[in-house]
Design a binder for this molecule. Structure first.
Ligand code: GAR
Length: 191
């Protein structure tokens, strides 16, 4: 049986959408967790008939209590893996302790370069000759943790930041589903 997956996202949800295009992954996704009520990714999940848990962290006194609500839902649905797809919040001790080695993140740069927000803009403005996409295990840091897969993307002279973003996201939408299948279904495809 496929191992059950929850996707955590805060924004547009193009990576969530890419996962849902893959039948094997789509069958395993049992919950979308979103920390931004009204984010476009929530409507995407509803369209696909994926259950959603939408929370406003500000309405919880502590991060621990916020994550406890998420953890209880994950347990109820027997979720085994958490994939962050543009979830712009650090994972705390409550989830890390229960899902050690089973929380994965994708980040649009060659980590350890350009962690945090707006990684594409950071790399673009820095004038580096290449950037990339990284998939990694999550620890308590911001976009830190052991790297699982990384793909380099060369900068193209005179390209706009928007064009670069389109190319980076195309890589994300191919790389992340492949890693997810390798980790959760023992499917070996070239990354
Ligand atoms: C993606 O590019 C993802 O790599 C990035 O947020 C974007 C979400 O896009 N994540 C981070 O920057 C994590 N630090 P999406 O909502 O269209 O999938």
């Amino acid at each position: 049986m496929n191992q059950q997956i929850s996707v955590f996202a805060s924004g547009t949800g193009s990576n969530f959408d890419a996962m849902m295009q893959d039948e094997k992954i789509a069958d395993s996704i049992v919950l979308l967790v979103c920390d931004k009520p009204g984010a476009a990714v929530v409507a995407k999940a509803e369209k696909f008939g994926v259950a959603t848990l939408v929370l406003d962290p500000k309405s919880y006194p502590t991060k621990q209590e916020y994550e406890k609500v998420i953890y209880e839902k994950l347990q109820a649905l027997e979720v085994e893996w958490i994939f962050l797809a543009g979830y712009m919040r650090l994972i705390g001790e409550t989830l890390l302790s229960h899902y050690e080695g089973r929380i994965i993140n994708i980040h649009p740069s060659n980590l350890p370069d350009f962690p945090g927000k707006d990684a594409i803009g950071q790399a673009y403005r820095a004038g580096v000759s290449e950037t990339g996409v990284t998939v990694h295990y999550v620890d308590e840091g911001m976009d830190t943790g052991p790297i699982i897969a990384q793909e380099q993307i060369e900068m193209i002279p005179d390209e706009t930041e928007e064009q670069l973003k389109t190319r980076i996201q195309a890589v994300e939408h191919r790389l992340y589903p492949n890693v997810i299948k390798q980790l959760t279904q023992n499917v070996t495809e070239e990354l």
